[in-house]
Design a protein around this ligand. Structure first.
Ligand SMILES: [Ca+2]
Ligand SMILES: [Ca+2]
Length: 249
């Protein structure tokens, strides 16, 4: 018998001596068992997270169907789906933590709209619902105010007409300057024209569903989204960005 077991045995003997009856002892054991069961339950719930479909609210579609007259290289651009996107499963309790959070950008004077539009909750395809940034590679960045565990990032650039945005790169970091600890969630810059590394994700057609990127629980405080114009315009429009996450432990 080791010291710990001997100690426990002595302690139990002591407690039994002090108990007035067997019913006292039984009550004591029940309390101990209940405490043990509660502990087991806590361990099980943290290891086995309950999942639920992301409670997304989609805007009204500005057009129906899929483009037929757009040149489409299936190696580069994803074929538009005829079906609605399948529900995305994430841990129960995730929230859009980007809502009303501060947005900064590489473009200090947007052509139309303001940066607040990126996280104001309006994702409709109206002309006054997006901020329009200048040409070439531009980014918008959201400060989540503290570190989060991120499960999905959804972006609506502009979904008023058929178009494919170029160099869509999404990164997460704890560094507001994105010089260190940068984690890449999405990158479809397949020819590295934005110079942030070759991406292996595909380009895609914008529509009312936005683009949902699986962030796989990546942790960070800042989310940065790049783009370099679209098939419609050399300018960069952002209607809304959602970041579905839980606070990081
Ligand atoms: Ca908006
Ligand atoms: Ca490119």
């Amino acid at each position: 018998m080791n010291t710990a077991t001997l100690f426990q045995s002595k302690r139990l003997k002591h407690e039994m001596t002090n108990m007035k009856s067997w019913s006292d002892f039984a009550r004591h054991c029940t309390v101990l068992l209940a405490a043990g069961a509660a502990l087991t339950l806590t361990t099980a719930s943290s290891a086995d997270v309950e999942m639920a479909p992301l409670p997304l609210k989609l805007p009204i579609p500005a057009f129906m169907g899929t483009p037929t007259d757009m040149p489409l290289d299936e190696n580069l651009v994803e074929k538009p789906s005829e079906k609605p996107r399948a529900p995305f499963m994430a841990p129960k309790g995730v929230e859009n933590v980007a809502f009303k959070k501060k947005v900064t950008s590489s473009d200090k004077s947007p052509i139309t709209g303001t940066l607040e539009l990126v996280t104001d909750g309006d994702k409709e395809a109206n002309d006054n619902s997006f901020v329009e940034l200048h040409r070439k590679t531009q980014w918008v960045q959201i400060d989540l105010e503290k570190k989060h565990k991120i499960y999905a990032i959804i972006v609506w650039h502009a979904h008023n007409t058929y178009q494919v945005y170029h160099d869509v790169i999404v990164q997460v970091s704890d560094d507001p300057d994105f010089t260190q600890g940068v984690q890449v969630v999405y990158n479809n810059d397949q020819d590295n024209s934005s110079g942030l590394g070759i991406g292996t994700d595909k380009e895609y057609f914008e529509n009312y569903e936005g683009r949902l990127m699986n962030a796989k629980g990546v942790e960070g405080r800042y989310v940065r989204l790049y783009s370099k114009g679209s098939t419609y315009s050399a300018l960069n429009r952002y209607t809304e960005v959602e970041v579905w996450a839980l606070p990081a432990q």
